[in-house]
Design a protein around this ligand. Sequence first.
Ligand code: BEZ
Ligand code: FE
Length: 316
Amino acid sequence: MIVRRSDIWSCIVRRMEEINTTSPADITSSVIESFDRCEDPRLRQIMQSLAGHIHAFVTEVELTEEEWRAAIATLTDTGHITDDKRQEWILWSDTLGVSMLVDALRHRLPEGATESTVLGPFFVPGSPLREYGDHLDEMPAGEAAWVYGRVLSLDGTPLAGAELDVWQNGDNELYAVQDPDAPEFHLRGRFRTDAEGRYGFVAVRPTAYPIPHDGPVGKMLQGTGRHPWRPAHIHMIVRAPGHRSLTTHIFDSSSEYLDSDAVFAVKPSLLRDFVARGADDPERPEGIEGSWYALESDFVLVPGEGGEPDDPGRTA
Ligand code: BEZ
Ligand code: FE
């Protein structure tokens, strides 16, 4: 007797219908299809892609029930530790590189523009306006650093009246918002450029510091052999009329952890040298005693809409 292939195939299909099993792929398809009627096309795209990627991940690693329960417990702990001062969800985003990826996708800059990097959790709006040459520190916080340079438009035109909103940590590794002993405006301030686009202020040489690591993100770092340290840096948001605001850092080019920043925020173009200067240097700025450092950094902004940066909240 000759058995045709089509007969065998119909037999298999009939058998599958009888057994009526639901495969992992069927589950994934049902979830993706469940968003088909979502009227907002962007929300539909995001939810369908999210469901597809989560299902692909679970399938690829063959997640066990025990692992799934551990993941739920971690998410629960993340919710519990988060409040208006501590934002553990953002720390997840930072330490998984999602904050940097969103920034890179949303702020594609033309060649020559200063690169952006993460805002971080310690930005506090409303820093005081300070004068050219003023100090950022309001109590002893480390070795003095004269930070100076120009703010320029992409074509090289100096931008007068641009604003640098600056914040940094001191040699105790803390930002003022983390330090109950620090005055409110310690190590932060806003500076305006002069007619030639020049700015200058006295900061302290920043130290490397660990991100908050006493919660679920710290457990993840510890459990995966990662460390919580960030290389030494100074934060700034640079704003100028008719230009896109720039959220960035300048990194100490000799800092530890430049090649393993816990939040993946280092970009080579943002490294700067702190140049050691002696106490007898005739250029020593007012109010500095002993030896000091000089750090030069220009910022190049892209013409376009300005606007305030979003403050996503604090992680500590
Ligand atoms: C910061 O540089 O201030 C920072 C950025 C991301 C996470 C924690 C701290
Ligand atoms: Fe920082």
